[in-house]
Design a protein around this ligand. Sequence first.
Ligand SMILES: N[C@@H](CCC(=O)N[C@@H](CS)C(=O)NCC(=O)O)C(=O)O
Length: 212
Amino acid sequence: MTDLFGADYSVYVRAARLALMEKGVAHELHPVDVFAPGGPPQEHLKRQPFGKIPALQHGTVTLFETTAILRYVEEACDGPALQPETPQARARMTQIQSILDNYAYKTLVWDIYVERVAKTRGGAPADEVKIASALGLARTIVATLEDLIDPGNFLLGEQLTLADCHAAPMLNLFETADEGKVLLRSAPGLSAWLERFRQRESFRSTEPVPRD
Ligand SMILES: N[C@@H](CCC(=O)N[C@@H](CS)C(=O)NCC(=O)O)C(=O)O
């Protein structure tokens, strides 16, 4: 059995679940509340010493860091290949994943989506200065991804890869913010890919359960 520890609302947990599902690996999601008042549960810190989600348990293998989990699922499990064959395309996949981790997650998810959508849903005001300061980098991220992707059904052409699984949850949340909608309109390839990816069974079945 494959066990994933985390919460369904997390973009990183969803990326891991997408890779597991696209690979055809059955898994169970065990809820972990890393934002609990006392901090992440001690038992989770044994799996993920930085208190983040997800963490994976696959037989005797335990892993954290989403990029490592995605690559492990791809290489250790049977199922359709989720990495391209050529060194150039593999490097492009890793480059996109790296851009997502190093620039997109904080900017698109925390600085824009959380401020504009998640916080205001709970009645708190958005930090307009934070949003305004993030827009320049967000524009660069969107334009760079638009430039890097290949024509086809997926980010790297006709093969679904780990880059698709990594990117879709973040860009999906980003697009729920008005700023995200506007910026994605300037990237027709990326927008069309996101729309297509949203229709996949893996994406639909990992939709977070609404919280109050
Ligand atoms: N580098 C980690 C990042 C994971 C991450 O930041 N997860 C978020 C949820 S999407 C989290 O656990 N946040 C809790 C916190 O920052 O305290 C990975 O690749 O798995």
